[in-house]
Structures are given as structure tokens and as C-alpha cells.
Design a protein around this ligand. Sequence first.
Ligand SMILES: [Zn+2]
Length: 123
Amino acid sequence: MAQDVAPPNPIMAGLAGRCPRCGKGHLFTGYLTLRPSCEVCGLDYSFADTGDGPAFFVMSIVGIVVVALALWVEFAFEPPIWLHIVMWFSLSVILSVALVRPLKGLMVALQYHHKAEEGRIEK
Ligand SMILES: [Zn+2]
């Protein structure tokens, strides 16, 4: 099936939530739930185990952005503390929700591309 077509760029396919083998099928069935397999090429997604990977990158990226903006706004405008709390809590939630799905797709696609899996003892 679909083995004769060139594989998609794993970064673009992952960020778009597409199948890492054919680039056409969908990766997710819910917001973060993976489908059992690709509906176009039949790739079994049971290999995918991103663990805490997406959460780690979301925390790192959002943390840097929000802290940098909060410091800049404090030194430039000195807003009241309640405004800081409202702005940065909201921005943290919005950025986290926006980033976690593309980052999970990216990690599944890179896991497939690099054939990364748990270590096994050879017999
Ligand atoms: Zn596919």
C-alpha cells in the first residue's frame, strides 16, 4: 500500500497531525488520542509512545515565552499584580493547549522516522 510514494517530511507531517508514513491519513482521533492505525496506508500506530515528551517541550517553550514577556511588561509598564496574574495564566493555558497537539504529532512522526523504540535484549 502507499509504499511507492516518497515518505513525507516527518517534521511537517507530525506538526500537521498526519501519518508519518503516507502523510495523508490522520494521526489523532480526539484532541490527543491516537488512532489505532492510519486510515489511508494502514500503518499501525501502536509503536507510538511519546510519554512525557510533549509535556516537557510545552512546559519549556511556554515557560520561557511567558516569563520573558512578564518581565518585559513589568519593567516597561509596571501593571498591577492582578493584571499580571490574569494575563500570564491565560497566555500559559492558551499556548499550552495550542502547542501540545502539534508537538505530540511531531514526536510520533520522529519516533517513526528514526525507528526509536524501547531497548530489547537480543537473543
Ligand atoms: Zn498513512
